[in-house]
Design a protein around this ligand. Structure first.
Ligand SMILES: [Zn+2]
Length: 65
C-alpha cells in the first residue's frame, strides 16, 4: 500500500506553444476544456511567433537613398 501521498488526480495538457505539460489550475476550473496554453503568454505567442520582424523603433532604419 502506498503512503497517503494522494496527489490529486489533476488532468494535464501539453501547451502547443512551449511544448510543456501543464496541469489543471483552479482558475481554469470553469473553462478547463477550452484551455490550450499553459499561460496567457503562450496564448499570445501562438500568433506572435509567426509574425515577421517588423520595423523596430530605432533610428538606424534608414539606408541612404
Ligand atoms: Zn506554454
Amino acid at each position: 500500500m502506498p503512503r497517503g501521498v494522494a496527489k490529486q488526480n489533476l488532468p494535464e495538457k501539453i501547451c502547443p506553444t512551449c511544448g510543456r505539460p501543464f496541469s489543471w489550475r483552479r482558475k481554469w476550473a470553469r473553462n478547463w476544456e477550452t484551455v490550450l496554453y499553459c499561460s496567457e503568454r503562450c496564448r499570445r505567442e501562438k500568433s506572435a511567433t509567426v509574425s515577421p520582424m517588423h520595423a523596430q523603433g530605432t533610428g538606424t532604419g534608414r539606408a541612404g537613398r
